[in-house]
Design a protein around this ligand. Structure first.
Ligand SMILES: Cc1cc2nc3c(=O)[nH]c(=O)nc-3n(C[C@H](O)[C@H](O)[C@H](O)COP(=O)(O)O)c2cc1C
Length: 211
């Protein structure tokens, strides 16, 4: 199946079959794909919280604006961005990369640690650090959705949730902030949305050619 066939197959699952559990190897492959997602300076300024616990999912459902996916999906992947990156964090990421490939100074473009630090500090001062980190997390979430579709695992991205309550219920570290949740599992055969035709803006209205 081509990638576009897979993208036609996938849809934002509204109703999950709560009896079906995600296969462990599929979960591993999906997480590996997220892990390989590119990010600016290769800093990956987000963590993932994996939820697979009915009691916890019920609690989260109460703060999920009626999204039953949270309660019924097999797993939830919560993307939580770092509110700031300390110079120590940046150094440790660079050192980790260097340890993996000692022949290279950095695994991302050859920027110096101090330059990245300065850039991150500037973003924080301008108040644009969290939106910037969120961009990186959303890109990884896109990779996750594609990897799930590739494995014929159903998924739904959810952002209209009471995410501050997620931070509290999941007991996140003070430096983390939930920004997006992806519910994973298998569609219920009662989900009428699975048969809906895909609607998108016309491609020619979206693409501006400057040949
Ligand atoms: C970042 C993001 C956030 C979304 N948030 C929600 C949400 O909170 N609730 C919901 O039902 N669907 C949500 N969706 C699903 C979109 O509505 C859906 O992707 C869009 O309508 C296209 O439909 P399709 O995914 O079935 O092709 C979200 C999708 C994305 C990419």
């Amino acid at each position: 199946m081509s990638i576009t066939h897979k993208l036609h197959w996938r849809y934002s699952t509204q109703s999950f079959d709560s009896r079906r559990k995600l296969e462990e190897e599929d979960l591993t492959e999906i997480l590996d794909a997220v892990h390989l997602s590119p990010s600016a300076f290769n800093l990956q300024p987000y963590d993932l919280v994996l939820v697979h616990n009915r009691e916890l999912q019920e609690k989260l459902y109460e703060v999920s604006c009626g999204h039953t996916q949270v309660r019924d999906a097999s797993h939830l992947v919560v993307f939580a961005v770092h509110k700031e990156l300390s110079p120590e964090y940046i150094t440790s990421v660079f050192q980790e990369h260097k340890a993996l490939d000692p022949t290279k100074e950095f695994s991302s473009p050859p920027l110096r640690n101090e330059d990245v630090n300065a850039l991150v500090c500037r973003k924080k001062e301008e108040g644009s650090f969290i939106p910037w980190a969120t961009n990186q997390a959303y890109l990884a979430a896109g990779v996750l959705l594609l990897a799930a579709a590739d494995l014929q695992v159903d998924a739904c991205a959810l952002e209209y949730l009471k995410l501050e309550d997620y931070d509290r219920i999941l007991e996140l570290d003070a430096n983390l902030k939930s920004v997006l949740v992806i519910a994973l599992g298998y569609r219920s055969n009662q989900d009428g949305f699975s048969h809906k035709k895909k609607h998108r803006r016309a491609l020619e209205k979206m693409i501006h050619l400057r040949y």
